[in-house]
Design a protein around this ligand. Structure first.
Ligand code: G3P
Ligand code: MG
Length: 369
């Protein structure tokens, strides 16, 4: 392919164009780099062309993931800044002012507690903390004694008493935030449904009212139904847990659950990303310093965008391309991930990229430039 030095830059101001990159299947394949990604990211950074990363993945702090990406892509000269990364759960940091005591669901291990605390949530409760306080709440849990000992916070700290006699002493939980794929689906389903149907988020209580509005809000970080690993068929992801939650909630209430879902292809996620891309452009123009980017409000679209064109570069037509097309961004589909040649013939209804399908991220960005 064309060496990056020879890519013509046919735009008056490099800051008028922006790129939003998906991670898995575009920059990385599993834990390995997609080689062409290194070249093109260096090219954009050197020319101060604004770009951010937008992934439906999560489970670690933005800092840890960016360090991993910089190392894996060998971006020693122009490392990507953590401000440029939006994971599925990143926008949840906007909820902090009204959500003090939160149940954080999903795995892995205890890492998501660290993520929630890094966002500034004051009182983070994990399912394992509740099971530590009272294992009878979900007696089929699969946590080992060692995990409960090491990862579960002591009830004297969490102020959890899920015993039916003293349940009123439990401090109410303000909201349920599903950060990442569940590693304990049974336990999480039970606890989520308990809280959605509780009296104002107090564990051990049960409201009498049936409503589409849950007792406390629930937010899912993404709606991906499947993900792919080494196994030959795709595996269930958060979207599958969400279906289970919605179905059981409707069985109890006779009404559909009101909830919020973030992540691609939801507009709320693209609005958030658009704000961050605009602000990262301000950093490149010297108007802002890294670490001081805006904290966009959820569902608040930027009023004026300085970009003449923004491109979403992704490997998944259902999330990256659908979301980008709906948002009126240009879209670039690459062949290095989920999308396989022949998919459009097999599933004619899936979203098509506006700019085209390219062998890899470098080819796609070159075409856009
Ligand atoms: O939820 C699955 C995750 O691997 C998707 O990541 O970067 O392709 O949005 P990404
Ligand atoms: Mg992807």
């Amino acid at each position: 392919s064309t060496p990056v030095e020879e890519i013509p830059l046919n735009i008056e101001s490099p800051q008028d164009i922006g790129f939003v990159f998906d991670i898995d299947g575009v920059l990385l394949k599993g834990k390995k780099r997609i080689e062409e990604a290194t070249d093109i990211i260096n090219y954009l950074s050197e020319r101060k062309i604004p770009f951010i990363l937008l992934t439906n993945g999560g489970g670690m702090t933005e800092k840890k993931r960016i360090d991993f990406i910089n190392k894996t892509l060998q971006l020693d000269k122009y490392p990507i800044n953590e401000d440029q990364l939006i994971q599925a759960h990143t926008p949840m940091r906007t909820l902090i002012p009204h959500h003090k005591r939160v149940l954080i669901c999903g795995g892995p291990k205890d890492d998501v507690r660290e993520v929630a605390e890094s966002y500034g949530f004051e009182d983070v409760i994990r399912p394992i903390d509740i099971i530590k306080a009272n294992p009878t709440i979900w007696p089929y849990h699969m946590f080992s004694d060692e995990q409960i000992e090491n990862w579960g916070k002591d009830p004297s700290i969490t102020k959890l008493d899920v015993d039916m006699v003293n349940c009123k002493e439990n401090l109410p939980i303000d909201s349920i935030l599903c950060f990442n794929d569940s590693r304990a689906i049974g336990a999480e389903l039970q606890l989520i449904l308990d809280l959605l149907n509780s009296e104002n988020g107090v564990l051990g209580t049960r409201r009498t009212e049936k409503s589409s509005k849950p007792s406390i809000p629930i937010v899912f970080s993404n709606n991906d139904f499947l993900w792919s690993n080494e196994y030959k068929q795709p595996r269930f992801a958060m979207g599958a847990l969400k279906i289970a939650v919605l179905t059981i909630y409707e069985k109890i209430n006779g009404k559909k659950l009101e909830q919020l879902t973030l992540g691609k292809p939801e507009k709320v996620c693209y609005d958030y990303a658009h704000h961050i891309l605009i602000d990262w452009r301000n950093v490149l123009l010297g108007k802002k310093s890294p670490g001081n980017l805006c904290l966009p409000k959820l569902n608040d679209a930027p009023v004026n965008s300085p970009f003449k064109k923004v491109y979403m570069v992704g490997d998944n037509p259902e999330s990256d391309i659908t979301g980008g097309n709906n948002y009126n961004w240009g879209t670039i589909l690459v062949k290095t991930g989920v999308y396989q040649e022949g998919d459009f013939e097999l599933n004619p209804e899936i979203s098509r990229p506006s700019l085209g399908v390219f062998a890899n991220v470098k080819e796609g960005v070159m075409a856009a430039l």
